[in-house]
Design a protein around this ligand. Structure first.
Ligand SMILES: [Ca+2]
Ligand SMILES: [Ca+2]
Ligand SMILES: [Ca+2]
Ligand SMILES: [Ca+2]
Length: 300
């Protein structure tokens, strides 16, 4: 009898060890293959700052410290710099800093909103959107702020450029067909292709680093959800199903995970979900507004 009990106990211990090891390995994978996540946090001093944490939520560090609203961080493809927008003197201007928060440089100097920077695959150019021509359009400049060019020319609003790392195309969203849809274009603004065709508001496109898929937000049943589709617009899949807004998707370097923020507790928190829709995990746990996660390139 005692032998039977001890055998059962032994089996139970082995099973628990295996389950625990599996849990650890999924956390471990997020942490080691995907490095860091930059994000925006609005804390008790009133404005927002760019923060960074390990991809498992540990080791959080504040990068900016100023009285302005810093937002929309974007890693350079080599991981050395972070571009972002900062709301100063009544409009958003684009800045860049080293990944440790040092050496801040201002890139745009006009009196219009310049917002949501995204880097070209070679790190030489930065695209963004701006309302400087009376309607929201997409622009591009060299990574030092010189040589600005306008990429979209129409009477509709074109937002949220996101540059593919693999084929140098830029995804964006626009209301040019009446509601909002996801589009892609070549990096010179030509060859525009519409990817979504529905009556929902589709926003915030984000290429997977392997170029195979685009994550985006769609407003469905009264709130925003995370969706993914193939890069040609096929195979649309909904990943989140809840009654809160889930926003701002960003892919891990291995294209396996998507970080996003959600308002499902009183303030907002950063979450990650596997690209197959499983294994959702909450990364931040605090009383502040945490938004705009940006997953870094792989690091050593
Ligand atoms: Ca600030
Ligand atoms: Ca739509
Ligand atoms: Ca939702
Ligand atoms: Ca929070």
């Amino acid at each position: 009898m005692n032998k039977k009990i001890s055998l059962l106990t032994l089996i139970a211990i082995i099973l628990l060890t295996i389950i625990s090891a599996c849990r650890k390995s999924s956390q471990y994978k997020i942490q080691t293959t995907s490095c860091q996540i930059a994000f925006v946090s609005k804390r008790d001093d009133g404005d927002s700052e760019i923060h960074v944490m390990n991809a498992d939520g540990s080791n959080e560090e504040q990068l900016t410290s100023n009285r302005w609203f810093d937002n929309s961080p974007a890693w350079s493809p080599d991981g050395a710099r972070i571009a972002y927008a900062s709301y100063r003197d009544e409009d958003n201007k684009i800045f860049v800093m080293n990944a440790d928060g040092s050496n801040e440089q201002q890139l745009t100097f006009n009196e219009w909103d310049n917002y949501l920077p995204t880097w070209s695959p070679d790190g030489a150019r930065i695209a963004f959107y701006s309302n400087r021509d009376g309607v929201i359009e997409i622009y591009v400049m060299d990574a030092d702020g010189s040589n600005e060019q306008r990429l979209t020319f129409n009477d509709w609003s074109d937002y949220s450029p996101n540059w593919s790392l693999t084929d140098a195309r830029i995804a964006f969203y626009s209301d040019r067909d009446g509601d909002y849809e996801i589009y892609v274009m070549d990096a010179n603004g030509s060859n525009v292709q519409q990817l979504t065709f529905n009556d929902r508001i589709d926003t915030s496109p984000s290429w997977s680093p392997d170029g195979a898929q685009i994550a985006f937000i769609s407003y469905i049943d009264g709130d925003d959800e995370i969706f993914i589709m193939d890069a040609d617009g096929g195979n649309v899949q909904q990943l989140t199903f809840n009654e809160w807004d889930d926003s701002s998707p960003s892919w891990s370097a291995d294209s396996n995970w998507i970080a996003f923020y959600s308002e499902r507790d009183e303030d907002t928190e950063i979450y990650v979900i596997n690209a197959d829709g499983g294994n959702e995990q909450q990364l931040t746990f605090n009383d502040w507004y945490d938004t705009a996660p940006a997953w870094s390139p792989p690091c050593n």
